[in-house]
Design a protein around this ligand. Structure first.
Ligand SMILES: [Mn+2]
Length: 322
């Protein structure tokens, strides 16, 4: 299958790399690395699509990744590509609006991913469920193909692995993950600088917003569950961008005794829930609402008001608490 991917890239002239909605470090790092790979191996350009409606929501944190600055958005996406490659995208509904029709129309589609829940919605599906990150899947793919990994490719891959493993903390981190990170570091990329750009470069309002939400968290079931509500008013007050809620559920989970935490956010499509757990399988809850994710980190959208959504989740979690 590795050769098939290479052949498709070789014979296609208009290539689009799609990142998932609300892009994170892994999907952007993977897209960045893949674009560099295509340029270096085939001397060919490709477009990276970042799915955001509001151009002001462009993910600033990851602008340092090669080629992310020149990415296209939904509003200036071309209509036809002969090859579309989705990276780190767990299901087809993570590709929205006109991007979805571009994906369906394309002559060839490839899905490269690491989500166990990915059933494969491309013509070619290169899915290594359980690997730490899509970036690690790509690292593996480039190696299997015996292709050189340049510094530009390495920056994207390293950033993807670093962020998707929570700095090598999550249980998906394996000996192979460290091996990949070690080989990438050996190429001479500045790993402490990449970590700084990912983690110590946050807007002031983001920290103030997050502190507010943590201070106003509610604790239940004998301090075993914590949650916080992100209402439209709070978003407005702090002029919060989409990525400002990142990490809040993790902070609540990091408290001793807490078994599960969640953040609920009011959006146009319903209440978005991000659930983090220690021993409970979070996907058991999110799959009831057509969501998905990993055992300790999952998400879904609940079509209720925010107060009711909290009640529903508390009831679901309570049933799983031992
Ligand atoms: Mn990922």
């Amino acid at each position: 299958m590795e050769r098939e991917i290479l052949n498709l890239i070789d014979k296609s002239s208009d290539i689009l790399i799609v990142t998932h909605v609300n892009p994170d470090g892994d999907t952007l790092g993977s897209a960045s690395a893949l674009k560099s790979f295509i340029i270096e191996n085939f001397n060919k350009q490709s477009d990276i699509l970042i799915q955001i409606k509001d151009e002001n929501q462009f993910p600033k944190t990851y602008k340092f990744l090669p080629h992310i600055n020149e990415a296209v958005t939904l509003s200036n996406l071309k209509e036809d590509y002969d090859l579309v490659i989705a990276v780190d995208t767990a299901s087809s509904d993570r590709i929205v609006e006109n991007a979805s029709s571009v994906f369906k129309k394309a002559k060839n589609t490839i899905v490269i991913d690491h989500h166990k829940t990915n059933t494969g919605f491309g013509k070619i599906n290169y899915i290594k469920g359980g690997m730490s990150s899509c970036a690690e899947v790509l690292y593996d793919l480039f190696n299997k193909l015996n292709r050189k990994i340049s510094q530009n490719i390495a920056i994207g891959l390293y950033a993807g692995i670093l962020t998707d493993t929570g700095c090598f903390k999550y249980e998906s981190t394996t000996e192979k993950t460290f091996e990949a990170a070690s080989k990438l570091a050996a190429l001479g990329i500045n790993i402490s600088n990449i970590a700084d750009l990912c983690y110590t470069n946050k807007p002031k309002n983001m920290i103030l917003f997050q502190n507010y939400l943590v201070s106003n968290a509610k604790f239940c079931f004998n301090d075993r569950v914590a949650y916080t509500l992100v209402t439209k008013e709070i978003i407005e007050k702090y002029k919060a961008r989409d990525e400002y809620t990142e990490g809040i559920a993790e902070t609540l989970r990091s408290i001793e005794r807490i078994e599960a935490s969640f953040v609920l956010k009011e959006t146009e499509k319903g209440v978005k829930a991000s659930i983090r757990t220690k021993n409970i399988d979070a996907t058991k809850i999110t799959e009831k609402f057509k969501g998905g994710g990993h055992k300790r980190a999952a998400g879904c959208t609940i079509k209720e008001n925010i107060g009711r959504a909290a009640e529903i989740l508390l009831k679901e979690i309570n049933e799983l608490l031992i």
